[in-house]
Design a protein around this ligand. Structure first.
Ligand code: C2E
Ligand code: MG
Ligand code: MG
Length: 436
């Protein structure tokens, strides 16, 4: 791993990160417009990278990415700006280069990348797919980037290890283009929100069937450029672009601070914070959790982390080590949205989780769906026998609540009792409840 503190650089490869890459594209293209000169771009995606990650783990994956980045840097001319755009994708911005030169460079790159590299005692032959686009005078930067990415996707579709020049591949449907643009707009909004204080956490109570407050869940909200974006939209984009790591660290710290505040005013309440895959596969995860606890000066028992089912079941060593070490500190672990993944019941016994949250999909069909009821009751029993607290998510009606009580769940979360609310509103809500 590269040791860099420069926020514009990707820490695995040392080339520009996605945000800095997009800024570089804006700069190069405005110069190219001003000078009426050519500019080309290569969008490179590694073939079969997911297999590398799955079979050898993320550390080996990072090693492969770092080697490929070095090969790209060594092959490209000095004027070329190289950036890492995502997991296994890079762009090379080539000012003053026309299509013929760009094709030549792309073919060279394919040859250089193909040299075998070692993962442990196995020799791996990487290959890549490259999309090439030449910038039209005054063409929008995002449209230009999209064209090269689409050409790369077509090169992949044709079997990989090849390059395709934009304009020669089939044109995607309008819906596909609109979706890609919306994602780029959301990514931009997320950066703005991070820079302008547009992020905030709302909190939703999780209430025991006996009326006690089990915990409150921190749910992120994002407002940027005058519009509110729902987590259903911005979380997937943050995950895809890697921004989720910064967002996640921010919500850890904010959530921990709020837990400390509630404790200081005599209403100690456990705060449950959602954690994403990219955070959990980072070797720095435990450190980030420690830092949040120390900065907020809060006891670990007042913090709980929510992880999706597939993430908790991930058997890779880094995930399991991170899960164990946060458990060892005394932080609770909740399995979120349980029932939407495909976990094998046998592995549930090995998970260090303290809480299981049954997904809304089971709850919203209650009480009519007797089969769903049977599943909820069985899961509840199993999880309780394994020592976990069972929460039902998305409870909206009294009938659902009655049915869930009958199934034996410990606590519920849903609009029936309380919707997510701002810090101040929740403080008042807790206070009023205490007074009752
Ligand atoms: P989740 O963790 O399963 O959170 C519960 C979601 O269900 C929340 O949606 C909440 O507002 C909604 N909800 C609560 N009660 C009800 C109900 O009675 N009926 C219905 N229909 N919905 C209910 P929200 O806030 O839109 O968040 C959606 C998802 O975004 C979350 O699902 C979580 O996976 C993700 N998310 C939110 N904040 C963060 C965060 O800080 N970090 C990460 N990694 N993910 C987050
Ligand atoms: Mg959650
Ligand atoms: Mg959930």
């Amino acid at each position: 791993m590269m040791l860099t503190t420069d926020p514009a650089l990707d820490h695995v490869t040392g080339v520009l990160n996605r945000h800095a890459g997009l800024q570089a594209a804006h700069r190069v293209l405005s110069e190219s417009n001003a000078e009426h000169s050519h500019s080309a771009i290569l969008w490179l995606g590694l073939d079969r990278f997911r297999q590398v990650n799955q079979s050898f783990g993320h550390v080996a994956g990072d090693h492969v990415i770092a080697v490929i980045a070095r090969r790209i840097r060594a092959t490209m001319p000095a004027c070329c700006e190289v950036s890492r755009m995502g997991n296994d994708e890079f762009i090379c911005l080539l000012p003053g280069v026309d299509t013929t030169e760009a094709e030549l460079l792309a073919h060279n790159l394919l040859t250089v990348i193909e040299a075998p590299l070692s993962i442990g005692d196995i020799q791996f032959r990487p290959s890549a797919s490259i999309g090439i686009a030449l910038h039209f005078y005054q063409e929008d930067v995002l449209v230009f980037l999209e064209r090269s990415e689409r050409a790369m996707a077509e090169a992949k579709r044709q079997g990989g290890n090849r390059c395709i020049v934009s304009g020669t591949e089939p044109v995607p449907g309008r819906v596909g283009i609109l979706l890609a643009r919306e994602e780029l707009a959301i990514e931009n909004d997320l950066h703005t929100a991070l820079e302008t204080g547009g992020l905030m956490l709302n909190y939703q109570p999780i209430i025991g069937v006996d009326g006690s407050i089990e915990a409150i869940e921190a749910l992120m909200r994002c407002k940027a450029n005058g519009r509110q974006i729902s987590p259903g939209k911005f979380i997937p984009v943050a995950e895809k672009t890697g921004l989720i790591v910064r967002l996640g660290e921010w919500s850890l710290l904010q959530g921990a601070r709020y837990a400390a505040l509630l404790q200081s005013i005599g209403m100690p309440t456990k705060v449950s914070i959602n954690v994403s895959r990219l955070q959990l596969i980072s070797p720095k995860f435990t450190q980030a959790v420690h830092a949040a606890l120390i900065c907020a000066n809060v006891a670990p028992e007042l913090i709980e982390l929510e992880l999706t089912e597939s993430l908790v079941m991930d058997t890779s060593e880094i995930v399991q080590t991170n899960l164990r070490s946060v458990r060892n500190i005394g932080i609770g672990l909740a399995i979120d949205d349980f029932g939407t993944g495909y976990s094998c019941l046998a592995t549930i016994k090995d998970i260090p989780a303290t809480k299981l949250k049954i997904d809304r999909a089971f709850v919203c069909v209650l009480p009519e769906d007797r089969r769903a009821f049977a599943v909820v009751r069985a899961i509840t029993q199993l999880a309780q026998e394994l020592g976990m607290t069972v929460v039902a998510e998305g409870v909206e009606t009294q009938d659902q609540l009655d049915s869930l009580k009958q199934a034996g769940v410990d606590a519920i979360q849903g609009f029936l009792q309380a919707a997510p609310m701002t810090e101040d509103a929740l403080r008042t809500w807790l206070h009023d409840r205490k007074m009752q």
